[in-house]
Design a protein around this ligand. Structure first.
Ligand SMILES: CC(C)(COP(=O)(O)OP(=O)(O)OC[C@H]1O[C@@H](n2cnc3c(N)ncnc32)[C@H](O)[C@@H]1OP(=O)(O)O)[C@@H](O)C(=O)NCCC(=O)NCCS
Length: 159
């Protein structure tokens, strides 16, 4: 299936969807999304009911946020948005994608596990108690974007 990538989405639409989906972290404003979209390092995959946004730097991508409207969940959209973000990151030279997820976010953790992400670290108490949610650790997850068996990219820093 073709990944849902629609870069023409507006900052205001992203802010509305983000606010509807997230309590933790706090909702991001349209101005914050506009600044992110203006940055050349930003990657975005979007559909009318969801989006994934990340950035690429120095051969590594970071997923900053992934949101699917409640009414559109469990239909494979989150998985497709994540795959589209991975493809966009790989096409920009990223060899790995990293992200943080709250330890108590079982839906997202199940999605990332099913997509092949493994635990790379943990930040104790990273998410502070907010809006009725208890404090939670952040789990750092990572996935290689390199095809198995592919030759490693030349690294000028390595010895
Ligand atoms: C996490 C989120 C993006 C998943 O989006 P989604 O479109 O419902 O996910 P998908 O339908 O693509 O699910 C893919 C797989 O993830 C897992 N999964 C998704 N939601 C799940 C849930 N509530 N419980 C258990 N597993 C779940 C399943 O393995 C699922 O495959 P299956 O439906 O074939 O069993 C969505 O729940 C969401 O927006 N949550 C709030 C925001 C958030 O937590 N974002 C992540 C921040 S790190």
């Amino acid at each position: 299936m073709t990944p849902p990538v629609t870069p023409a989405v507006t900052p205001a639409a992203l802010a509305r969807l983000h606010a509807a989906v997230f309590v933790r972290p706090r909702p991001w404003s349209a101005a914050e999304f506009a600044a992110l979209l203006a940055a050349p390092s930003t990657i975005l995959a979007s559909a009318p009911e969801g989006f994934a946004l990340g950035r690429v730097a120095a051969g590594e991508a970071e997923l900053l946020t992934l949101a699917v409207a409640a009414r559109a969940r469990r239909q494979g959209l989150g998985r497709r948005l994540l795959a589209a973000c991975e493809a966009a990151a790989a096409s920009r030279g990223a060899r790995r994608l990293v992200l943080e997820v709250a330890a108590d976010n079982l839906a997202a953790r199940a999605l990332y596990a099913a997509a092949g992400y493994g635990e790379a670290g943990r930040r104790r108490g990273y998410y502070v108690a907010r809006a009725g949610l208890a404090a939670a650790d952040a789990i750092v997850l990572a996935k290689s974007l390199e095809a198995p068996g592919a030759a490693p990219a030349a690294d000028p820093e390595s010895c």
